[in-house]
Ligand binder design. Structure first.
Ligand code: F6R
Length: 616
């Protein structure tokens, strides 16, 4: 949430910052702003709305100077106004600052600063931070060889409670930027005669692939010529420069209209990347290089505890079903935000997994820290390499699906489903699963990308259904067993990008309350795959039909529904039970995408949302 970018070098900073902000916009899009240093003063342009309107309605693109900072905002403290937009200038004009995070003790600091004659323009917590840096800068003498600006930031951060990723400039040292993080992501891009800062790699990938993933409690001072990293306690840090493996094109739209559409259609390739090199040579199990967990540990555990949020939480519910069924290990799935505070009694041999596309979700990170604090081993499934969760976990698995830019998760979700199935196989083979069953499981999983390719051919049918159903205000999504979480995911996708009210339930639960919603105006999307539940799901459909509810049935080729029961039948390829949740996800992704398009919604940047939720 909120995107930060900074540049110091020899090129015109404003254009580089604005390009970076365009790429970071999915992190927040309430307002945008840039500040550069030009002709002896800070030049600031900021505006409510998207980066495009900042460029159209202000002089942002024309700002001169070769150093500057830029921000896209997802509002926390203070409404969505031009004044509350970042960057913020301290009231003495010395310090300009951008911030991602929440300063929890801002009220006390503001009270103090008011007594020191600092003035405030905005309602934000961020402005307090800028003024406090200015206060320390003006007041505190420093050792002759110390960097006064850097020390003022360091002193300020020692007084701050909450989370921050900040980039700061000082009028007396305009060719330098000081940046720091605690709880909000920040990376340093190391260029040739220039250096950059950003919330994530996408903002700087067009200029450099060499990055340093900053850690909590670190402060970096950068200029065109170099950088140095220290801690809040003034200890030196030796920087590790990593190479980013993906290309600029991976974060661009290409021939697609929306990133969500692109990412839905990228799923076959994304799943191939997730599974590449992860099946054993004898073809009977899956292997993961980074789990740091020997087979003996997997045999010892008596419970797996998943922590995640949103779509990732739905993926864990599917993993729960598959791990319990194939590996026979009891599984618990917690919302990370609840786990952190509910002080659940935990067993002695529990293994924790956190699942997070971004690896920065603050609730999931806090859950990981709580489990580790209690002495548990925590493994992580993440997509973003070098993310905070990936670094703090005891081991883990990367998803390798490339950047996910659309705010609604699609390819990252199906990749998490695949990894859940591969984990069930991995643990199952260390316990009771036979060689033959393992081999059959591997063969089934290997077919997933091709089956998803085939499923994507349903797009024209789903587009047509979406157009005809988009006027409805309410939807039910119903599924059983491993498809209940897919029903939850379908409802979430529809809600978040089309703003249509939708609820997901286990199909049989419908008659315990939600059936009251059923009418001609509230269609139901129902998963009816073959197997032991088929006839029971058909009974649920009959109950809906009896109440004039419309039915969009998602079946597989071998299923024969009673004539006339469903209004629409979407037919998936037949597949292994572990692959079914992945295939079943594709039509609900397409349905919500096309409905949102039919309603003219801003698909990639739905209202009130932002990618990567780094505030509590
Ligand atoms: C929904 C969606 C969110 C995320 C959730 C967790 O489409 O994208 O619900 O799944 O915010 O995000 P990560 O996986 O980054 O922890």
């Amino acid at each position: 949430m909120c995107g930060i970018v900074g540049y110091v070098g020899k090129q015109k900073a404003a254009s580089i910052l604005l390009e970076g902000l365009k790429r970071l916009e999915y992190r927040g899009y309430d307002s945008a702003g840039v500040a550069t240093w030009q002709s002896g003063g800070f030049q600031i342009a900021k505006k409510v709305g998207r980066v495009d309107s900042l460029m159209r309605q202000t002089e942002a693109a024309k700002l001169g100077g070769t150093s500057g900072i830029g921000h896209t905002r997802w509002a926390t403290h203070g409404g969505v106004t031009d004044t509350n937009s970042h960057p913020h200038l301290s009231s003495d004009g010395k310090i300009v600052l951008i911030h991602n995070g929440v300063i929890e003790n801002y009220a006390a600091i503001k009270k103090f600063l008011l007594t020191k004659n600092f003035r405030f323009q905005s309602e934000t917590d961020t402005e307090v931070l800028g003024n406090l840096i200015a206060y320390h800068y003006a007041k505190e003498p420093t050792a002759p060889d110390a960097n006064r600006f850097l020390e003022a930031v360091r002193k300020t951060l020692r007084h701050v409670e909450g989370t921050y990723g900040i980039a700061v400039m000082c009028a007396d040292q305009p060719d330098e930027i000081v940046a720091a993080r605690k709880g909000s992501p920040l990376i340093l891009g190391v260029g040739d005669g220039e250096n950059m800062l950003a919330s994530d790699v996408s903002a700087i990938i067009s200029r450099t692939q060499s990055v340093v993933y900053l850690k909590d409690g670190e402060i970096v001072l950068l200029s065109a010529a170099g950088f140095s990293i220290t801690t809040l306690e003034s200890d030196d840090v030796t920087a590790v420069i990593d190479k980013v493996t993906w290309e600029v094109a991976d974060a661009e739209l290409g021939d697609y209209t929306h990133f969500m559409e692109k990412e839905i259609f990228e799923q076959p390739a994304a799943l191939e990347n997730t599974m590449r090199g992860r099946f054993s040579e004898d073809g009977s199990t899956s292997n993961f290089g980074g789990l740091n967990t020997p087979a003996s540990d997997f045999r010892e555990i008596d419970r797996i505890h998943f922590l995640a949020c949103g779509s990732a939480w739905h993926a864990c519910l599917v993993a729960e079903h598959l791990i319990e069924r194939y590996a026979r290990v009891p599984v618990e799935v917690d919302y990370a935000s609840e786990f952190r505070y509910r002080n659940a009694p935990l067993g002695r041999h529990t293994l924790f997994f956190t699942v997070s596309q971004s690896g920065e979700t603050i609730d999931t990170l806090a859950g990981l820290r709580e489990a580790k604090r209690k002495g548990y081993k925590v493994l992580a499934i993440n997509n973003v390499v070098g993310s905070t969760i990936a670094r703090e976990a005891d081991g883990g698995v990367y998803q390798h699906v490339g950047p996910e830019i659309g705010v609604a998760s699609t390819k990252a979700f199906t990749s998490q489903l695949l990894l859940g199935a591969m984990l069930a196989l991995h643990i199952g083979r260390m316990r009771d699963m036979s060689f033959a069953d393992g081999t059959a499981f591997v063969q089934a999983l290997k077919q997933t990308p091709d089956l998803v390719r085939e499923t994507l051919k349903l797009a024209p049918q789903l587009k047509d259904i979406a157009k005809r159903y988009a006027h409805h205000q309410d939807f039910l999504f119903l599924g059983r067993l491993s498809l209940f979480p897919v029903a939850l995911e379908g409802a979430l996708k529809l809600k978040e990008i089309s703003y249509i009210h939708a609820e997901g339930y286990p199909a049989a639960e419908m008659k315990h309350g939600p059936i009251a919603l059923v009418s001609e105006d509230c269609p139901s999307v129902i998963f009816a795959p073959p197997g032991e539940m088929f006839n029971k799901v058909v009974s649920s459909m009959q109950e809906i039909k009896a109440r004039k509810g419309k039915i969009i049935a998602i079946v597989t080729k071998s299923c024969q529904l009673p004539e006339g029961l469903a209004d629409e039948i979407v037919c998936l390829p037949d597949c292994h039970e572990a692959v079914l949740p992945i295939l079943a996800t594709v039509p609900v992704q397409l349905l919500s995408y096309y409905m949102a398009v039919a309603l003219g919604r801003d698909v990639d940047k739905p209202r009130n949302l932002a990618k990567s939720v780094t505030v509590e």
